[in-house]
Ligand binder design. Structure first.
Ligand code: AHM
Ligand code: MG
Length: 336
């Protein structure tokens, strides 16, 4: 990488100049980048600040909140509220939609985010991340309800995630491909280190929480069994397996070197619709996967075409190299 690689600001200005993004979108993305920088700092100093533990509260999903879940959420809310075009915020950590405007107008932004994904990894010092998605209101609205933010993921105009790993990176799409930035120690800037990220079409690596195997649908069980059968099985090649229990880390690995990520609906989570949330986990990651040449599906349907029915809705997620997602979809069809 050359010393004069583009900063996030320069990259956004170039997209702006080409008419690819609005000025307000540029400012909002910069505010999200600022949130990520601050969250990364809090995580790295978490042990000294004594904030790696749990709180005594649960979120709307019934999960015990970590102190850093709450801190990251507050940081996101504070910075995303800067942009005067943001009408509403939807956070994994907050029960109801936060309306910032009394009379939202067509073109105003809706920001959906999981401020700290994979937070069960915090006290073991493994990678966590933040995920975000942005949509635009199609019309003026007067009813400020939780239902007013329910749109299919195909309407996203921007999505991304920040990964707090050995370095802090921010991966971004505004619908014109996927670009990866690394937070540069010294200048403090996010710098374009991975331009035009492409997800390899083929793979021999999968990621799934195998402890749930007794609960899997036949289509998922078949797929994993065939991978495990290796060279002598129907796939005719050996597969590797990875699971970090941090979706951001998992998706990042897949973007960098290919693979498939599965958190399917199974008999243990079917009542909830799956484990991962549609609006602020599956949709943004699905948009990124597609923009990088991959696919994202529930097994039966493209994730970006799932019609949301509630703002904390969960969904089955199968995401990664296109040919593997196609294969699993075909197994679901055969078993239907
Ligand atoms: P969270 O948003 O409460 O952190 O939960 C989402 C995380 C994902 O990052 C990860 O893929 C999954 O939960 C791991 O679940 P499990 O512990 O069942 O393997
Ligand atoms: Mg999450």
């Amino acid at each position: 990488m050359s010393d004069n690689a583009q900063t996030l600001r320069q990259f956004l200005l170039a997209e702006r100049k080409q008419g690819l993004i609005a000025q307000d979108m540029m400012l909002l993305i910069e505010d999200i980048a600022t949130s990520s920088r601050i969250i990364a700092h809090q995580i790295r100093n978490g042990a000294f600040l004594n904030i790696l533990g749990a709180t005594e509260t649960s979120n709307v999903q019934g999960e015990t909140q970590k102190q850093l879940d709450v801190i990251a959420n507050d940081i996101f809310i504070e910075h995303c509220s800067n942009c005067s075009r943001v009408a509403a915020l939807v956070s994994e950590e907050i029960d109801d939609v936060i309306w910032l405007k009394d009379q939202p107008k067509a073109g105003d932004y809706l920001v959906y985010f999981d401020p700290l994904d994979g937070s069960s990894n915090l006290n073991v010092n493994l990678s966590v991340g933040s995920i975000f998605s942005i949509m635009e209101l199609k019309e003026d609205i007067t009813d400020l309800t939780n239902e007013a933010v329910l749109f299919e993921g195909a309407n996203q105009i921007c999505a991304g995630y920040s990964l707090y790993g050995p370095s802090t990176s921010m991966i971004l799409t505004t619908g014109n491909g996927v670009n990866g930035f690394t937070h540069k120690i010294g200048t403090g800037e996010f710098t374009l280190t991975f331009p035009d990220m492409r997800l390899p079409e083929e793979t021999d690596e999968f990621a799934i929480n195998a402890s749930r195997f007794r609960k899997w649908d036949p289509a998922i069980a078949r797929y994993v069994e065939e991978c495990l059968d290796g060279k002598d099985g129907p796939r005719g090649k050996s597969f590797n397996m990875r699971w970090t229990a941090s979706m951001v880390a998992e998706v990042h690995r897949i973007l960098m070197r290919g693979g498939i990520f599965l958190y399917p609906k199974d008999s243990g989570n079917a009542e909830m619709g799956g484990k991962l949330r549609l609006l602020y986990e599956a949709n943004p990651m699905g948009f990124i996967a597609e923009q990088a040449g991959g696919k994202a599906s529930t097994g039966m349907q493209r994730i970006l075409e799932v019609e949301p029915t509630s703002h904390h809705q969960r969904v089955s997620v199968i995401l990664g190299s296109a040919s593997e997602v196609d294969r699993i979809e075909s197994y679901y069809t055969e078993n239907a």
